[in-house]
Ligand binder design. Structure first.
Ligand code: MRU
Length: 371
């Protein structure tokens, strides 16, 4: 998608030196647009952990490139042990988004046939590139399927803008391109369907206000940033036609872990009979888990994200200020789980399905068989 009119993806190999992987530093957006270099598995780990890169699909692809970077620094006689160690190390960078473990396992699996370190380096680079391209194709397919839903509502509304509420950033910044929740929105917008997006600010890190609003603005998509608490009110007053959110881990029974606050939006949508869709590639489906509330690990993050807020001063300086007293305790759960019963449907790269095991299994039969 676009940054100041120029096409970007979120991760790529340095054009002059493919031993360097480059990413957009998302901690600085929307105030500064900076690209940083990853040169080792440790750099990839840190980038995932400190949220230079974030969003489930991008975390997964960064992990895959991390395996490649690890192999570049491996010793030739012990590279297969190094590989296992690096893979386990990278998987520990963040706990909730299952894409990380899934893509790392995939890239490690693809290296099975490699006999030398040099082979493994070459193979891991092409495999990471393949996984990246696959994510882009999947996002685009999600966009096409989801666009049909928006188009149907648009026809019903006789060309009045379709109001879509989204939470956090499940946009191209969270993926490689297109996004998951935003892909149908971009596709509809490009087709000339009038859309308007309600962007939840998404405290505490404000990925909605900082990232989703920025990327929608870059594409020229009409949108409005709202405090997290506003969604229920908008839904009660007919100002939301549908919700589309992303996912960090979806169980085989259709429960969805996504950014904290998603569950409350799903409850409000259910109470107001507003369709609540979750857009996700199959790299976000954990076929080993069934009960999302009981089984999905929920990341707990630094309390400073709650007690402080970051922004830009009038003079352009980025600063962080404390917004609560200095002694109260804070809690910072990064994600919550929306039970399948509140989800109208899942929008995947293979089509739209109900959030239950039978429907998911119909779309991905080979994955269910492998359980
Ligand atoms: O903590 P983050 O910013 O990595 O959380 C991101 C989200 O929760 C997204 O909604 C999710 O990863 C879906 S991404 C397409």
């Amino acid at each position: 998608m676009h940054v100041n009119g120029k096409n970007y993806q979120t991760i790529w190999a340095h054009p002059d030196n493919n031993k360097i992987i480059q990413v957009i530093d998302q901690r600085k957006l929307p105030f500064e647009f900076e690209i940083i270099d990853l040169k080792s598995a440790h750099d990839a780990f840190e980038a995932i952990q400190n949220m230079t890169v974030r969003g489930a699909p991008l975390i997964g692809v960064t992990g895959a490139y991390g395996v490649y970077l690890g192999l570049l620094n491996a010793t030739s006689n012990d590279w297969s042990n190094d590989l296992v160690e690096t893979a386990n190390y990278l998987k520990g960078a963040r706990p909730t988004a299952v894409n990380l473990a899934i893509l790392i396992d995939e890239i490690v699996g693809a290296l099975n046939g490699c006999h030398t370190l040099e082979d493994a380096q070459i193979c891991s680079f092409s495999e990471a590139n393949r996984l990246k391209i696959r994510e882009i194709e999947w996002s685009e397919a999600i966009g096409d399927f989801g666009c049909e839903l928006i188009e149907k509502i648009s026809k019903r509304k006789n060309g009045e803008p379709v109001n879509i509420l989204t939470h956090c950033n499940a946009g191209w910044l969270a993926c490689i391109d297109w996004g998951t929740a935003t892909a149908p929105i971009y596709k509809a917008f490009l087709k000339g369907i009038p859309v308007h997006v309600w962007v939840d600010e998404t405290r505490p890190r404000n990925q909605g206000a900082r990232l989703t609003a920025w990327e929608l603005a870059q594409e020229g998509v009409p949108h409005t940033v709202i405090p997290d608490n506003a969604g229920g009110h908008l839904m009660q007053h007919g100002m939301v036609d549908l919700c589309i959110v992303g996912s960090d881990r979806t169980t085989v029974s259709g429960d969805v872990a996504n950014k904290i606050g998603t569950y409350l939006k799903a409850l409000a949508a259910s109470d107001n009979k507003i369709p609540f869709y979750v857009a996700l590639p199959s790299s976000t489906i954990d076929f080993t888990m069934s009960d999302g509330v009981l089984e999905i690990p929920i990341e707990q993050r630094d309390g400073e994200e709650v007690s402080h807020i970051e922004g830009e001063l009038e003079n352009g300086e980025i600063t962080k200020i404390r917004i609560i007293n200095g002694t109260s305790r804070v809690a910072n759960f990064g994600f919550d789980v929306t039970p399948a019963k509140y989800i109208t449907a899942l929008i995947t790269e293979r089509g739209i399905c109900e959030a239950n095991q039978a429907a998911i299994g119909k779309l991905f039969p080979e994955k269910l068989l492998g359980r």
